[in-house]
Design a protein around this ligand. Structure first.
Ligand code: ZN
Length: 232
């Protein structure tokens, strides 16, 4: 009898300590107060977080991307919501490839670019450049606007089917074809690049001349701050 009471008490202690440690783990990650999960503010937003996966110019998941979440400063997310609302009236929506990016991810990009032996993804992402040129052409840099939390890489999709519109070059193609004003694309591709550019600029973002997908909030709230918390 005494023995069974002892076993019961033991099991209760084990159960309680298990429950406490599980809830402590759940509470472990807290998004910094300056940031939000963009989809909580914009439920119709789509995403394909490329650096969480191997489908990117390095060919493997990137440091600091623990979960495929789209995180932005509150200000950038609010501005993006206006773009999504306006595109929605035309039957379109946004698809995010990258948003807040931890400094450790940028450090990995730099290390990768300095390693000339690793050219696994060259044919798809930088067919006309040597890796050493990626710094000079500003496709890779030691600091990125993404790390300040108000920069976003994105494209346009059909709101109903999710079909990605043709911009004339693939996301993260490090090539002159990706310049927003690149002339040798079809009229339709140009119109879609401009559709994105006009809506983003109207709602406070500035474009990047070399990458049609890259936009930064003009009045970003942390212009000198480079964050490094992991994405989870
Ligand atoms: Zn970008």
């Amino acid at each position: 009898m005494k023995k069974s009471i002892f076993i019961k008490a033991f099991l209760i202690v084990v159960f309680i300590s298990f429950t406490v440690s599980a809830s402590a783990q759940q509470e472990l990650f807290q998004l910094p107060k300056e940031f939000v999960y963009a989809k909580e503010l914009i439920p119709t937003l789509r995403s394909d977080m490329r650096y969480y996966s191997s489908n990117n110019f390095i060919g493997k998941p990137i440091d600091g991307y623990i979960k495929p979440k789209c995180i932005l400063t509150k200000e950038a997310a609010a501005a993006l919501k206006n773009v999504q609302d306006e595109l929605g009236r035309l039957g379109f929506g946004l698809l995010i490839y990258d948003a807040y990016r931890p400094q450790k991810a940028v450090d990995q990009f730099v290390k990768w670019a300095e390693d000339e032996t690793d050219t696994i993804m060259k044919n798809r992402f930088y067919p006309n450049l040597n890796k050493s040129e990626l710094f000079d052409k500003e496709y890779i840099a030691k600091k990125s606007g993404h790390t300040r939390g108000s920069t976003v890489d994105l494209t346009i999709v059909s709101l109903t089917t999710g079909h990605i519109l043709d911009m004339g070059s693939e996301y993260d193609l490090f090539d002159e074809k990706s310049a927003t004003d690149y002339p040798n694309i079809t009229r339709n591709q140009r119109a879609i690049r401009l559709l994105l550019k006009r809506r983003m600029e109207k709602h406070g973002f500035k474009s990047h001349s070399k990458e049609w997908w890259h936009y930064t909030l003009a009045k970003e709230p942390y212009p000198d701050k480079y964050f490094d918390f992991e994405i989870e």
